[in-house]
Ligand binder design. Structure first.
Ligand code: ZN
Length: 282
């Protein structure tokens, strides 16, 4: 027994560091990645924490230092962290998004809204029919076209399923800009890179931000080019919009942002789970 306790100590130390419900001795509500859960696991989620999370992203050049599907993998990682607090099922990431300033960039696939909406609204209907009471659409890709689509999708789904609370948002809506900044949203710059450093440092390769790449090798004929700006493929900050991540991003900043996102979204989900009023106010 003593041996077992000693062997458990490193785990306990790790567990208390991670701040999860399990770490604090609170039995975790059932949660998981939906594609890996069996029907009985999902029924348990419906009984004890009927929340579903749909992470949204897109294929989009995120500078040479971040993965091209960063928006989606970021949203998925954040949904997993929230579900560890609230319980719930996290769906596979939906990697098709609309809008933004990178249309024509290589490794970018921006899709027309009318191609996306039927599948997403069908997914919301499917989740409502299974018995989820709170359904979250978290988009890591957040140009105006995408956020307006998300708001409209949840509003219309709320009218079809008044027994369900739908929440649709992007993470800058639940983060506080750092002193001196107007917004906590950007594209592959200070904020997104900091979040990446906090979620998964291996995703970030700041050493890849070098100048002088051959434009012909990294663009398509339709790719916009503008010398001396981040639209210039030779520029080290190509495709990045916001503050230079090499100097402005940090893991510490990212950890503050991630903590705030997880705390605030978990609270929204828990409040919604506790008060199953019609979704009209959303
Ligand atoms: Zn992004």
């Amino acid at each position: 027994m003593r041996l077992l306790l000693i062997l458990s100590l490193p785990f306990l130390a790790w567990a208390s560091w991670d701040g999860s419900a399990e770490a604090q001795g609170i039995p975790a509500k059932p949660h998981g990645r939906m594609e890996q859960m069996r029907p009985d696991d999902l029924e348990e989620v419906l009984k004890r924490a009927p929340a579903a999370f749909v992470p949204l992203g897109t294929f989009e050049h995120h500078g040479f230092h971040l993965p091209v599907c960063f928006d989606g993998i970021k949203a998925h990682a954040l949904c997993i962290k929230v579900s560890e607090k609230t319980g719930g099922a996290v769906l596979p990431t939906f990697f098709y998004g609309t809008g933004g300033g990178h249309i024509g960039y290589k490794w970018t696939n921006i899709v027309a809204e009318e191609q996306i909406v039927p599948l997403l609204s069908g997914t919301l209907d499917f989740l409502a029919r299974q018995g989820f009471r709170v359904i979250v659409l978290l988009t890591g890709h957040y140009p105006g076209e995408q956020t307006r689509m998300v708001k409209r999708l949840v509003q219309e789904a709320g009218q079809r399923h008044p027994q369900v609370k739908f929440l649709g948002l992007a993470e800058p809506e639940i983060t506080t800009p750092l002193p001196g900044d107007k917004s906590s949203g950007d594209h592959a710059a200070k904020y997104e890179t900091s979040i990446a450093l906090a979620l998964h440092p291996d995703w970030v390769r700041l050493d890849k931000l070098v100048e002088g790449r051959d434009p012909d090798g990294i663009t398509l004929p339709e790719t916009p080019r503008k010398e001396g700006t981040p639209y210039d493929p030779r520029h080290p900050l190509y495709a990045i919009h916001g503050q230079d991540p090499r100097t402005a991003a940090s893991r510490e900043t990212g950890e503050k942002l991630v903590q705030e996102i997880v705390r605030r979204l978990a609270r929204l989900v828990e409040e919604a789970l506790q008060s199953p009023a019609p979704a009209a106010a959303r």
